[in-house]
Ligand binder design. Structure first.
Ligand code: NAP
Length: 537
């Protein structure tokens, strides 16, 4: 780490990131009376909703779940306009929260944390920022999110003469697609939203597809005053339903029993009914067996494949867009117009499984076979190195060991909230918690922010200056996590959930699969029992 300034600025806690998690954690720590500062690399608050402003970016958790619920006053004051709000509205909401909770005075925008080091002699953190300042804090709280390090997998981007964008670094100024030859690489949730949004504007569109994805047909009505009012009246039930649901989305995943409780005809009727809801209920609210039982998975996979094929006119295009892996073992995007776009004459699906993209060229994209596609605009919807931002932060724990050194071998945490070897570092949003893979982020942000605040309160009440999970505690968490995952179908799929999109990354499901209520109960027990097995000083 570079030499520290002579007089570091002293805080109780330094938070990194001003998305849903960073904002709430800042709020909770400040509520405890701590002196807290938050650093955000962007020039606005919003995290994911600040950076991912690509055309069509939209929430996939249905109203009224995708918002903070801890304050009825905050809940009542904001008027959502759609069941699935767009990026702009969600970013505006987070700005509203920052104002309502008076958070801005403690947030430094345009400030990137470049290093953090635990000083074993003082047992405090030294945090360095890119404006050359150093901060001294008892607690270091990176809330850097799981999907904040975009990947651009192709060489040659500097040669391209047209406009090149990664969806996660989209400019604020509008991009004009009129009459342009546009290429989109990737058909995850992001690529689908981009394609369906720009297809009506482009001159021509080539969509480069390596793996076809499943998706659910989105049902996104505008909300009325009556919708908003009845939700406000039902606030207590809304919150209770979110709290007891598997993914914080309010769906009761056991409501329909098991796949095996029903005849094939009954199951088809259940699929159709839930499909019509147009939400992630079709993923996390049909029955649990979907992600644990091959037979249950086969049937629902076929059901969705039929829904997809039914929307595409050309059989060859339908082949390219029909997935062949197990439904639900990747995040399931919601679409409204993605498949229909391929029925336009100027939109083409380009299968690249057997002829992969070799490079970006001056004119566009070149495949391994040498075939070149000329483009005016190239959009990379190629995803993220999930969880990587924390390991890129240059965080040094005991003995100077970095998170990167630990995670390069094996992504591991204790409850996704702390790391052995990194005392007094809290990591809401880190892997091995439900995170955004299986959780509605505002809900888990609140739960984790509260847990961190309770941990700090416990330390203060008990005269503890340093808290750290032991290796044994962490090993046990990782083992329990792996045991649950190994019962599921996830390891059988190639997915960013398992780290497969990054060459050399050790395979491990990044998110806790036991569901939120189970996860939260485990976290609660650790706190209530006084952090058994944790080292304290
Ligand atoms: P993603 O799911 O990882 O999808 C990336 C896409 O790029 C895939 O189609 C992938 O193909 C393709 N790709 C990557 N490298 C490639 C290469 N070298 N050659 C060809 N194709 C390549 O990323 P994402 O769509 O940005 O979504 C990531 C996550 O963000 C989602 O799973 C979801 O959790 C979240 N998200 C949510 C929303 C929402 O609705 N709220 C919207 C967007 C994103 P392969 O599949 O073959 O690897």
């Amino acid at each position: 780490m570079a030499k520290r300034l002579a007089v570091p600025v002293k805080y109780d806690a330094v938070v990194v990131g001003a998305g849903f998690t960073g904002l709430y954690t800042l709020y909770k720590l400040r509520e405890l009376g701590l002196k807290v500062v938050a650093f955000e690399a962007g020039n606005g608050v919003g995290g994911t909703w600040f950076w991912n402003r690509y055309p069509g970016a939209r929430v996939d958790c249905q109203f009224p779940t995708y918002q903070y619920t801890f304050s009825k006053a905050l809940f009542d004051k904001w008027n959502w306009s759609e069941r699935f709000p767009a990026q702009e509205e969600t970013e505006r909401y987070l700005n509203f929260c920052a104002d309502e909770l008076d958070l801005r005075k403690d947030i430094h925008l345009n400030t990137r944390v470049t290093a953090a080091e635990f000083d074993e002699s003082t047992e405090r953190w030294a945090i360095r920022t890119d404006d050359g300042k150093t901060y001294d804090a008892q607690f270091f709280v990176p809330c850097t999110g799981i999907l904040s390090s975009p990947i651009s997998p192709f060489p040659g981007s500097e040669k391209f003469k047209g406009q090149l964008f990664h969806t996660a670094r989209w400019p604020k100024a509008p991009v004009d697609f009129t009459g342009k030859r546009v290429g989109v690489v990737g058909v995850g949730a992001t690529g689908m939203q981009v394609v369906q949004t720009i297809a009506p504007q482009v001159g021509s569109l080539k969509v480069f597809i390596r793996t076809a994805n499943y998706s659910i047909d989105l049902n996104n009505p505008k909300l009325t005053d009556a919708d908003r009012e009845s939700t406000r009246k039902d606030y207590a039930k809304v919150v209770a339903d979110i709290n007891k649901s598997f993914g914080g989305l309010g769906f009761d995943v056991s409501a329909n029993g098991s796949f095996h409780d029903h005849t094939p005809q009954q199951r088809q009727a259940i699929y159709e009914k839930i499909w019509a809801d147009g939400t992630l209920r079709f993923w996390l609210g049909v029955w649990f067996d979907i992600i644990f039982d091959e037979e249950a998975n086969r049937e629902i996979s076929d059901f969705v494949r039929n829904k997809i094929r039914g929307q595409i006119n050309d059989p060859e295009t339908a082949d390219l867009l029909t997935p062949d892996f197990r439904f639900g073992t990747r995040r399931v995007p919601l679409q409204n117009g993605f498949y229909a776009a391929f029925n336009q004459d100027n939109v083409e699906a380009v299968g690249i499984k057997d002829d992969p993209i070799a490079a970006i060229t001056e004119k566009g994209l070149k495949l391994k076979s040498g075939k070149e596609y000329e483009l005016d605009i190239l959009i990379l919807a190629t995803g993220f190195d999930a969880g990587r931002t924390l390991s890129q932060l240059n965080v040094h724990g005991r003995g100077g060991v970095t998170v990167k050194q630990v995670w390069d071998k094996d992504v591991r945490t204790t409850m996704g909230l702390m790391l052995h070897g990194f005392p007094n570092m809290f990591t809401p949003g880190a892997p091995l918690a439900p995170i955004n893979a299986f959780c509605n982020v505002p809900h888990c942000s609140q739960h984790q922010g509260e847990w961190v605040a309770e941990a700090v309160r416990y330390m203060r009440d008990n005269g503890i200056k340093v808290l750290e999970p032991t290796k044994e505690v962490e090993d046990a968490w990782v083992q329990t996590h792996d045991n649950i995952v190994n019962m599921s179908l996830f390891p059988k799929t190639n997915t960013w959930y398992m780290g497969d999109n990054i060459e050399g990354k050790k395979r491990r499901l990044l998110a806790w699969l036991g569901g939120n209520p189970d996860y939260e109960q485990r976290c609660r027990e650790v706190r209530e029992k006084g952090f058994p097995g944790f080292a304290t000083a």
